[in-house]
Design a protein around this ligand. Structure first.
Ligand SMILES: [Zn+2]
Length: 490
């Protein structure tokens, strides 16, 4: 039932077409079947069993998206690959507020190395003023109701897929605002039983803009009066990223202090990897006629044409993207950067795209990534206080070529187990392959499966080059022969 509901909600929200939620349209179209009584938030408090409840704890099993949001096999949702989290325990203090959850994982990584035991935590420290953390509390059904109650929210009728709901909205506390100075909005949707079935907010994200985060709740059950959805799912940008199957729950646990350990860390990010401390140092390295690398972080490849440049790979952060552009301007060329090519859609290989979009470059990516990157880069950036990027995105399937009389850059599609949206660069004139994440193994070690995929591709398609250069630079020179050696004897 929840699955059907969530799909219809997504359709109503226009997310499947990449549009933002057209709230006025949704409500305007819901003029019929609105005759039911609109409950007050107090009635919702009672229906949810939240009278006198200041905290709650729950246990069960959980799951998370494999490798984390934007590190998935496919760029666009759904992302079916998940890691199981056992022994999930979560406590929420609705008064402070604060929340802490943790459970055990046994998971592989992006490079398909053998799984290892680990811990997944969800920590909202008591002193956190960051919405990316705080929202985790307000998106729970109990946090949502408490937030709506304390702000005196009034319900309004909305209809989605022929079903009427009551919608309540409130704003983040005055002390918690976005970089543009806006308070964040939280919406919740209550069903005919006055139970919260869906919550949502938007959080500023340097890459995704106003990132839409949704909580979905199904199969409510009473635990001594506290109404608890046995199935919880959180979605980001339209795809499930985390979920819980609850097996027990309790209101006002007596051991709340033990369940909410004082956070040892400040909870503040260390921030993006900084640009080089000496911005005028020359980080460029010519690798042939009309071709350069920009080193000093994730390495970028710059290819020069008669009246423009093409850059392959944008860096691991916005600051690094800006640094690459600055390096190009100071040490390579003043020509227009007409195209920025993305090796693959993982977060650490796309974070630097934003400065290139501001520069007016067209993004070129594997065809499988076009929908997601177009949606992400053209999402409004109001919470960040930034102008829209108006990103242009082009897809490459098979082999794409940028060529004029002076230079030739080939983009080869090499889908693999790391990502189904991978492009690899080849410069036939300079004799170079430039790749991301196909890191060759240490001498004597076995290559991972996607390195072998690239080696087979090179052999089967007779792709010729001498030097094997990487976004993640190797500390020894590597060659085509080193790549092909990973599959010799097969
Ligand atoms: Zn990757």
């Amino acid at each position: 039932m929840l699955r059907d509901l969530s799909i219809s909600l997504l359709l109503a929200a226009g997310l499947l077409t990449g549009c933002s939620w057209d709230e006025a349209g949704t409500e305007a179209s819901a003029t019929s079947a609105m005759s039911g009584t609109v409950p007050t938030i107090d009635q919702v408090v009672t229906a949810m069993g939240l009278d006198g409840v200041d905290s709650a704890m729950l246990t069960g099993t959980a799951w998370r998206i494999r490798n984390s949001f934007r590190q998935t096999l496919t760029a666009s949702p759904p992302w079916p690959e998940r890691d199981r989290i056992s022994n999930w325990t979560q406590a929420v203090d609705l008064q402070v507020p604060a929340m802490f959850g943790s459970g055990d994982t046994f998971a592989s990584n992006l490079f398909l190395e053998p799984p290892v035991a680990g811990t997944h935590t969800l920590n909202v420290p008591a002193d956190s003023s960051r919405w990316s953390q705080q929202m985790e509390i307000w998106l729970t059904p109990w946090g949502f109701v408490k937030g709506a109650l304390s702000s005196g929210a009034q319900g309004s009728r909305v209809e989605m897929d022929g079903v009427a709901y009551t919608k309540f909205s409130f704003q983040s506390p005055e002390s918690i605002t976005s970089p543009s100075g806006m308070r964040y909005t939280v919406n919740g949707y209550v069903n005919a039983d006055n139970l919260v079935v869906r919550t949502e907010t938007w959080v500023d994200d340097a890459f995704m803009g106003d990132l839409h985060v949704v909580g979905l709740f199904d199969e409510y059950m009473s635990y001594n009066g506290l109404m608890v959805p046995l199935v919880i799912e959180q979605q980001r940008a339209g795809g499930g990223v985390f979920g819980i199957s609850i097996s027990s729950a309790a209101a006002n646990p007596t051991n709340l202090d033990e369940l909410l350990p004082a956070p040892a860390v400040s909870g503040e990010d260390s921030g993006s990897p900084a640009a080089a401390s000496t911005p005028t140092a020359d980080l460029t390295q010519q690798i042939g006629e009309g071709a350069w690398l920009v080193t000093g972080g994730y390495v970028a490849l710059v290819v020069e044409y008669a009246d423009h440049l093409v850059v392959f790979e944008s860096g691991q952060s916005e600051a690094r993207g800006e640094q690459i552009i600055q390096q190009i301007r100071e040490h390579i060329s003043a020509k227009e950067i007409r195209f920025i090519v993305n090796s693959h859609p993982h977060s650490d290989h796309t974070a630097g795209l934003v400065p290139f979009m501001r520069e007016g470059a067209t993004l070129v990516t594997h065809a499988n990534n076009v929908d997601f990157l177009d949606m992400a880069l053209n999402t409004p950036r109001t919470l960040l206080g930034e102008e829209p990027l108006n990103a242009e995105v082009m897809g490459v399937a098979g082999v794409g070529v940028f060529e004029d009389a002076s230079n030739r850059l080939e983009l080869h599609s090499v889908p693999n187990l790391h990502t189904d949206g991978m492009l690899v660069a080849v410069l036939p004139v300079q004799g170079v392959m430039f790749e991301a994440d196909f890191t060759l193994p240490q001498p004597g070690a076995e290559a991972n499966p996607f390195v072998k995929t690239l080696a087979r591709y090179v052999v089967e398609n007779d792709v010729q080059f001498e030097r094997y250069l990487a976004v993640h630079a190797a500390n020894v020179p590597q060659t085509r022969a080193d790549l092909v050696a990973t599959i010799t004897g097969e």
